[in-house]
Design a protein around this ligand. Structure first.
Ligand code: NI
Length: 227
């Protein structure tokens, strides 16, 4: 399931992130790539252990913690500390699949990357090109969102970033290990959760059908969750 999550960060937060990133050291993006991806990748990144990356990453993690849509759709178990990249004119990233396993140095922990996220930090009118093209079951989706918005998609999808022809595209990107590994099970739980929300609005929390649906949701989650 590919999902557009609007306004993960508000305008003030986006401006703060951009201002801090503008004064930060950027290095060749191939520091986080596998050998094969390195051939296809041309961008700049803030080093993973840079204090700015850690501080800004915390702002994003905090925002995600209270984002109902992200929590319902990702059912997150572990989130990789957010990283930051930029594509200047002429830069891009050819088709690839992200690494299945990532090591979180600060937590000495491995994470299975079930979901990929890109949180846009540049508004679409400020650059040309730079679409994130993602292959999903229904064909190719081309994503270019307002600053502060995020796309969440299965990490086993082939994806690429189209070359930039004007301006510079800044973003944060990271991975999530979900409590529910299987994408179709997770998508089912997300739709179920949305239906329960609607039913609660229409019928109230104490209606027997709402109680029944909520119980079944939790029992399904219990059946499918790995921690
Ligand atoms: Ni990627």
């Amino acid at each position: 399931m590919l999902l557009h999550i609007p306004s993960v960060l508000n305008r003030e937060e986006v401006n703060h992130l951009r201002k801090t990133l503008a004064g930060t050291e950027w290095v060749d993006g191939n520091v986080t790539s596998g050998a094969q991806a390195a051939l296809a990748k041309k961008n700049l990144q803030v080093p993973e252990d840079a204090p700015e990356a850690k501080a800004l990453g915390e702002i994003i993690l905090r925002a995600l913690g209270s984002n109902a849509m992200f929590n319902a759709a990702a059912l997150p178990h572990r989130v990789f500390p957010p990283l930051f990249n930029r594509y200047n004119e002429g830069m891009g990233f050819d088709s690839h699949v992200d690494n299945a396993i990532r090591y979180i140095g600060s937590a000495r922990q491995r994470i299975r990357t079930d979901l990929s996220s890109t949180l846009f930090l540049t508004d679409p009118e400020d650059y040309d090109g730079g679409e994130l093209a993602i292959e999903d079951h229904y064909g190719e989706q081309r994503v270019k969102l307002p600053a502060g918005d995020m796309v969440l998609y299965p990490a086993d999808s082939l994806h690429r970033v189209e070359p930039i022809t004007r301006g510079s595209r800044w973003a944060s990107f990271f991975w999530t290990q979900s409590m529910v590994r299987d994408d179709s099970n997770r998508a089912l739980l997300y739709r179920f959760d949305q239906s329960i929300t609607l039913a609660r609005q229409e019928l109230g929390d104490k209606h027997p059908s709402v109680l029944g649906l909520t119980s079944t949701f939790h029992n399904l989650l219990r059946k499918w969750a790995d921690l």
